[in-house]
Write a protein that binds this ligand. Sequence first.
Ligand code: FES
Ligand code: FES
Length: 161
Amino acid sequence: MPGAPFAIEGAMTPLRVNGEHVELDVEPRRTLLDALRADLGLTGAKKACDMGNCGACTVLLDGEAVYSCLVLAVDCVARAVTTIEGLGEGGKLHRLQEAFIAADAFQCGFCTPGQLMALAALFERVARPSDAQIMRALSGNLCRCGAYQHILRAARMARDR
Ligand code: FES
Ligand code: FES
């Protein structure tokens, strides 16, 4: 991309994660997911398939939901990364998180951070998304426990509050 910031091999990689500036010494091949989990200790984004199939690793990149296992950390220079750890504000849960609890929208919880981040991206763009928009936003996030009905109920609760 012309004019886009780029990382130089051997140089520290500056990132902005959950509003904080961090500098990481990462190889150019390191994924954002590995940098978040292993280098920054932010283990909310989950490593499941590690190949862009399940959505467990979903985070926001400049407000867009992305699979962090498919993004290189060095490609996130000068971009805003938000993980589940940064979703709430001022010590308060995001309304989606509150709705997930109220709707019992999980079983094992492994997919939950990814589901929440996928929905958070949608709710940032659309204040009152339709059911179709909600389902489309969640279409890239698998739940092995099959909690889909409760996840949908939680999204509706957050929307209708
Ligand atoms: S771990 Fe990234 S999509 Fe499955
Ligand atoms: S709650 Fe277990 S994978 Fe979704």
